[in-house]
Design a binder for this molecule. Structure first.
Ligand code: NAP
Length: 319
């Protein structure tokens, strides 16, 4: 039996699996009333499971495994985990299609002004046929640029190329062998960051946040985008310099932006991006469906149970 700290709510069925074999403390450090219990449990914990919180592993001298309920691992101090030989597990794959759905929804919403026009109806302002000032922009047939072409990027590309007749350009450090990606051969093309930004009508960000990608999209990159382009971020807010994004929207260079993620989350009330008329802002819901959040919890629980039992977990992040 090991000591396990659950630092974010876990579905009851997965919590029971852990409690059946381990001594489990549930304490969410984001809730002030649970903070002391979290700090105390961290000093004893051999296994952690949760997400969306920066853990100070210096406070966890007995730690053997961290099981993140997320695919992105930017919240963890990877060098410190590696130095201490602590295993890091995550949840790739099970959230790919749901997150791609969210990104495509943002592409649609930004291009066709869905949120703005739904609000128009709700507000009782639909008193005559809408005019050109409220028209949208076609999505089908537009060139989509995808930054990062891993699981999620490719799932977005499939929706675009096969469903919407969109030519797809993508940027990643290496071209992907499209023979391994059914349906996309001949429909997508690898390019440099510069080429993809300059050659696309709509740009979707699906890169991981790392020291290489932090702040990658700034004033120079927005200037490279076509006038009237749409920018969608379904990855991590800190990859984008938000002041440069705001400037690109305010100057009229960008048509619109769809943002699921922000540099600071929840997005601060005084952030101009939160209520900007050209921004469709979502509260980081990329994977947030009942089915997918449960699948993520199951995989994260499987990973933790395997690691604590001395078996190799299904999804270890290579540090
Ligand atoms: P993945 O399969 O690992 O794909 C990452 C892609 O980015 C690969 O094509 C990789 O290719 C490329 N890449 C990595 N570092 C790069 C760099 N420095 N420069 C250029 N390209 C780089 O990951 P995924 O499962 O698609 O997830 C991607 C990210 O989406 C996650 O890390 C997470 O932060 C985010 N996400 C967000 C939500 C949400 O709720 N909004 C949900 C799930 C995931 P190369 O290594 O060949 O360059």
């Amino acid at each position: 039996m090991s000591r396990v700290l659950v630092f974010r709510e876990l579905p009851a069925d997965q919590l029971e699996r852990l409690q059946a074999v381990h001594a489990v403390t549930v304490a969410d450090p984001r809730k002030p009333e649970q903070r002391a219990a979290y700090d105390a449990a961290l000093t004893e914990a051999e296994g952690l499971i949760g997400s969306s919180f920066k853990i100070d592993i210096a406070q966890a001298p007995r730690l053997k495994v961290v099981s993140s309920i997320s695919v992105g691992v930017d919240n963890y101090d990877l060098a410190a985990l590696k130095a201490r030989g602590i295993l890091l597990c995550h949840t790739p794959g099970v959230l790919t299609e749901t997150t791609a759905d969210t990104i495509f929804a943002l592409i649609m919403a930004s291009s066709r002004r869905l949120v703005e026009l739904a609000q128009h109806v709700r507000d009782g302002r639909w008193d005559k046929n809408i005019g050109e000032d409220l028209f949208g922009w076609d999505v089908h047939g537009k060139t989509l640029g995808i930054l990062g072409f891993g699981r999620i990027g490719q799932a977005v590309a499939r929706r675009a190329a096969l469903g919407f007749g969109m030519p797809v350009r993508y940027y990643s450090r290496r071209p992907v062998d499209l023979g391994q990606v059914p349906g996309l051969e001949g429909k997508t093309r690898h390019g440099s960051l510069h080429e993809v930004l300059a050659g696309s009508d709509i740009i979707a960000l699906t890169l991981p946040l790392s020291e290489d990608t932090r702040g990658l999209i700034g004033a120079r990159e927005f200037a490279l985008m076509k006038p009237g382009a749409i920018f969608v971020n379904g990855a991590r807010g800190a990859i984008v310099q938000e002041d440069a994004l705001l400037q690109a929207l305010d100057s009229g260079h960008l048509r619109a932006a769809g943002l699921d993620v922000f540099g600071t989350e929840p997005v601060p009330l005084d952030s101009p991006l939160r209520s900007h008329p050209k921004v469709t802002a979502l509260p980081h819901i990329g994977s947030a469906t009942h089915e997918t959040r449960h699948r993520m919890a199951v995989l994260a629980t499987d990973n933790l149970l395997a690691a604590l039992a001395g078996r190799t977990p299904a999804a270890v992040y290579a540090l």
